[in-house]
Write a protein of this length. Sequence first.
Length: 63
Amino acid sequence: MEGDVEMSNLQSNTIMIKWPPKTGKMLEIPEVDQWKWFRSEEAKKRINPAQAGFIDELEKLFE
């Protein structure tokens, strides 16, 4: 993507997790804790290795 993106209004979805573990108490947390842009190669280094293929698939769609 090229250009400027206004990121101050971005909001994450949230998920419910049991926290602390084994207490049965539920805590709502954001799925995303930071908003940053990276080039593909840097993003693949930073993302969960199991999800890196997703970036490759996106690149194929935009070729």
